[in-house]
Design a protein around this ligand. Structure first.
Ligand SMILES: NC(=O)c1ccc[n+]([C@@H]2O[C@H](COP(=O)([O-])OP(=O)(O)OC[C@H]3O[C@@H](n4cnc5c(N)ncnc54)[C@H](O)[C@@H]3O)[C@@H](O)[C@H]2O)c1
Length: 272
């Protein structure tokens, strides 16, 4: 097969949650740049408009829907609106998520008492679980009937290396939420394989985005995480685009329940 057929997403009706920023925006961009018709869904209306304008400037067909992925009704309404506009939904990126704050060690490798497990607030648990895990469940639930109706489709979840790798510098609740995401998508992949629906995940390592109030935009934070990578740098969002396109395209048609770890070797450890 030719590369242009393997990775052909032309005209694919695509949804990206959390598409106004960061990794979601990068997924939307690679889909739009390759001819997909993309709807960005996000809780941030101003961010949505800015992101859509940027994508439209290169000629893409892009639409927006304001959605809070913790609220099933808002996701449902937005999916209905996409289906009404385009007649179907074929590719769904369940990407929206938030940070759970820093880990129990700070950048000086000292314990931060405010991040000790006994001091983590319960409302943070509820918020992170609802946004990172509950939202993926709700999005898959709402997407599935549309994909079944097409005779197949793609769900690409943004998981994390934190689903597998225990991390001192990443919030405990976040790590737990992503571990839940990993098993949820494998279970969904098993159930939906017979319907020709593939459910896979991007598993980024630390990546420069606006997550956590933009703390990873900080040069000091980037330098710190660079020292934890064997390739001596943090990811940027365009590092996610190859795997995003692969998982959304015919090239991955016999792949399901899988994570693609995109971390420059971060989870392998350090070399020199
Ligand atoms: N940046 C990293 O280091 C990293 C690493 C691994 C995984 N991830 C995951 O990548 C995904 C995207 O995060 P990012 O790093 O691009 O962050 P980001 O903050 O740049 O983008 C997240 C987007 O999600 C939106 N969002 C947040 N809560 C929402 C809600 N309730 N409803 C709808 N939209 C909502 C935000 O408005 C924002 O536009 C998340 O699932 C995150 O956990 C990030």
């Amino acid at each position: 097969m030719k590369v242009q057929d393997l990775f052909n997403v032309t005209g694919k009706i695509t949804i990206v949650t959390g598409g106004a920023s960061g990794i979601g925006y990068a997924c939307a961009e690679v889909m739009a740049d390759n001819g997909a018709i993309v709807t960005l869904m996000d809780i941030d209306p101003a961010g949505l408009e800015k992101a859509a304008a940027k994508l439209k400037a290169s000629g893409a067909q892009v639409f927006t829907e304001v959605v809070d992925v913790t609220k099933k009704e808002t996701i449902k309404r937005a999916f209905e609106s996409v289906a009404k506009r385009h007649g179907k939904i074929e590719v769904v990126f369940a990407n929206a998520g938030i940070s759970g704050g820093p880990g129990f060690l700070n950048a000086e490798d000292k314990r931060d008492p405010s991040r000790a497990i006994e001091n983590l607030p319960e409302d943070l648990w509820d918020r992170v679980m609802a946004t990172n895990l509950g939202s993926v469940f709700k999005t898959i639930q709402i997407a599935t009937p549309y994909l079944k109706e097409n005779g197949g489709g793609k769900i690409v979840v943004t998981s994390s290396v934190s689903a597998f790798k225990i991390e001192q510098y990443v919030g405990t609740i976040y790590v737990a939420s992503k571990a839940g995401v990993a098993q949820l998508l494998r279970q969904a992949a098993l159930e939906l394989a017979a319907y020709n629906i593939q459910v896979n995940a991007l598993a980024p390592g630390p990546c420069v985005t606006n997550i956590g109030g933009g703390r990873l935009q900080d040069k000091a934070a980037q330098d710190f995480f660079a020292t934890k990578h064997p390739n001596h740098r943090m990811a940027t969002t365009d590092d996610m685009q190859g795997a995003a396109l692969y998982l959304a395209s015919p090239a991955s048609r016999h792949v399901t329940g899988e994570h693609i770890i995109i971390d420059g070797g971060f989870s392998l450890g350090l070399a020199d």
